[in-house]
Design a protein around this ligand. Sequence first.
Ligand code: SF4
Length: 254
Amino acid sequence: MNTDPRLRLSPSAVNEYNNCPQLYKYRSIDRLPQPPSLDAERGTLVHTVLHDLFESLAKDRTPTTALDLLPLRWAAQVSAKPELAELISNEKEWLDRAGSLIRTYFTLEHPDTFEATHREMHLENDFEENVYLHGYVDRLDIASTGEVRIVDYKTGKAPKPGWEEKALFQLRIYALLYWKNSGVLPRLLQLIYLGDGKIVKSNPTIAQLESTEKILHHTALDIFTSIEKNYWPPKPSRLCDWCFFKTICPAHVS
Ligand code: SF4
């Protein structure tokens, strides 16, 4: 149980609050339980396989190795969360779908040609006196030249043109954390979309990271105000159709 009284900010918490303060309240303040989501569980499975792939020698990081890992890691996931077994009506179809995402990964990167310096790297920072900022980076590669690349895998599709900046916000928070902690400005941010085989790349600048930092300070202030006034306005959007709390949300219950 977390006993840290500080506000814990992460990229997902910041996005959640900015997308819908009411949803943030349900999840982060009230900590209401939610059933497992199949999309999230598929994401976890694919992330685990891509994480563990780099345990192998470079020459063995092949599609076959990754696809062989898939049923093993899925069995471990179900063993840790037995209720998952009931949610999957056709396990073969489920694993085939995850397998196709893994195959797509190999069309985008050649993991036998580089080493992943860090996987599932936890970055944290005492951002303000009452704010702890943290996040888990899927992969952080440091080249022999010292250049840093931050990589995040997504099992969905790439954003439509014009929406890349919103998607890159999460990686800019990681870049900010890394820069603040190490003094090194990452050279490249890379979002790998396995849903449609696309990559979004960006070279972060100091101005962008300073702007990200400002947004985080504003968001923290807004959350403190919401807590003080117990004011959590719902922001209805197309996300409501996927929101587990729709049946209790004031925007939808009259
Ligand atoms: S149903 Fe929509 S408005 Fe209500 S909490 Fe969920 S996302 Fe927010």
